[in-house]
Design a protein around this ligand. Structure first.
Ligand code: EPZ
Length: 417
């Protein structure tokens, strides 16, 4: 098991580039199952979650070639509509094969995902959407068994905004007979990227990027090539790396409007920005002002940057509160940040942060992907050495983060223990 050793307190400078968005690539990989032929995805990051999804698609019958930043998926011979427990338990995004398999083969057997470090994460909304489209769902022996002779367009309203359920519903509805309306749909850029990919394949989805999607079913979809959007969460993590170390840095290959909510909060903290088409230069606040924040669905502040922003606020001059309305219990990073001498307590699912002058390096443990990123940020700012164990979590979602951070002057190394 690898770990990171970070010697903190160093200034960073220069340019750091953002890779393709994991959370767009994963659903788009599932979407390729809808066409009989070879789709080609470019700007694909090198990540363990992408490898896990590739493995699952191979099990289902697709042929995959995953080389430097490019992923070729030939879904011609897809014939085995099953996502086994061993794979789904490793990565929840596996549940995204449900919609495409139903649409393509009329059946799917997908292991019921269990809990995970950031919350209970049910799939009731995914199943409700499939049922509305005419699928029969049975839960047996830990598996979702879904069958549908024919999918028929329907009105699907989500009581809560769900990225995953919106994507699954969209991927099933594109081949359903007639019109599907999805209301209270998720509008995250990754959902929009998936919808645009489906449209490129021949689907007819309008309202892309809004909370009301209208889908006119088509008979056939075709394989296509597409470049993946940059990862807004990675971009945000890098901006916060600059901010927490009070360093001027430039984040390149990003879409600034995708992280407007973060930029707004960082401005309130005292940061300034020079924003260009695809890059953001951060001029950090030297005195960090405390800023309250509530994570909510897009375009509000993303839950996937909550932990990293919280790490930043640990060094604010004053007190503030942070809540996460998407995953209200997503605070596993708090105990570890407190090991670095942050001063945070959780009260009624709200993190109350009293800023400290300096954090101090210590051994800590990564518990999930974004919590690990928060610990890296804290380690970069903390005085002395921070050792982060279990960094396989970070390898699920950040493409060579230590190499990228070394490129802007961070003293971080990966060691095998
Ligand atoms: C996606 O997860 C992302 N995962 C998450 O990123 C991200 O945190 C999340 O969306 C929110 O933005 C991927 O893209 C692979 P949801 P997803 O369905 O789709 C509840 C990361 O760190 N809900 O939008 O699973 C759910 O419990 C990861 O990269 C139901 O109640 O999230 C949560 O409270 C972690 N029933 C809320 O909705 C359902 O059927 C939002 O979850 C589905 C969800």
């Amino acid at each position: 098991m690898d770990k990171f050793i970070i010697r903190g307190g160093k200034s960073l400078s220069g340019e750091i580039s953002v890779s393709g968005a994991k959370n767009a690539v994963l659903p788009i990989m599932a979407a390729t199952l809808l066409a009989e032929g070879r789709s080609v995805l470019t700007n694909v990051p090198s990540l363990n979650d992408i490898k896990s999804m590739a493995h699952l698609l191979r099990v289902i019958g697709a042929r995959i070639d995953y080389s430097e930043e490019s992923l070729k998926i030939d879904a011609k011979d897809v014939c085995f509509p099953e996502a086994p427990y061993e794979l789904v338990s490793k990565m929840r995004a596996s549940v995204w094969v449900l919609g495409p398999l139903l649409a393509r083969l009329g059946k799917a057997k997908v292991s019921f995902p269990g809990g995970c470090a950031i919350g209970t994460r049910p799939v009731d909304l995914h199943l409700m959407a499939m049922e509305k489209l005419g699928a029969v769902i049975e839960i047996k022996h830990g598996y979702i068994h879904a069958t549908a002779e024919k999918l028929i367009g329907a009105d699907i309203h989500f009581e809560n905004v769900s990225v995953g359920a919106t994507i699954n519903a969209m991927m099933a509805a594109v081949k359903a007979e007639g019109i599907t309306n999805i209301t209270n749909a998720a509008a995250e850029p990754e959902v929009a990227a998936t919808a645009e990919f489906l449209n490129k394949m021949g689907a007819k989805i309008t309202g892309v990027g809004t909370s009301h999607l209208i889908i006119e079913g088509v008979n056939e979809l075709f394989p296509v090539g597409a470049e993946m959007i940059p990862d807004r969460i990675e971009a945000g993590t890098f901006l916060l790396a600059g901010a927490i170390t009070k360093s001027k840095i430039t984040v390149t290959n990003c879409i600034p409007e995708h992280i407007q909510s973060l930029i707004d909060k960082m401005k309130q903290a005292g940061c300034k920005f020079e924003i260009k088409d695809k890059s953001i230069t951060l001029i950090p606040a030297q005195k960090i002002k405390p800023v309250n924040m509530i994570a909510n669905p897009y375009p509000a502040f993303p839950t996937d940057l909550q932990a990293q922003f919280l790490a930043y606020m640990c060094l604010a001059e004053g007190s503030c509160s942070i809540e996460d309305k998407v995953f209200p219990d997503r605070f596993m990073h708090v105990a570890e940040l407190n090991r670095l001498q942050a001063d945070i307590r959780i009260q009624n699912k709200v993190a109350l942060i009293n800023g400290v002058k300096l954090m101090s390096g210590a051994p800590v443990m990564a518990t999930d992907l974004r919590a690990s990123a928060a610990l890296v940020l804290a380690g970069l700012a903390a005085e002395g050495e921070t050792e982060i164990a279990r960094i396989y979590h970070i390898d699920r979602g950040y493409d060579h983060i230590e190499t990228k951070l070394q490129g802007i002057g961070a003293d971080i190394e990966r060691v095998s223990s």
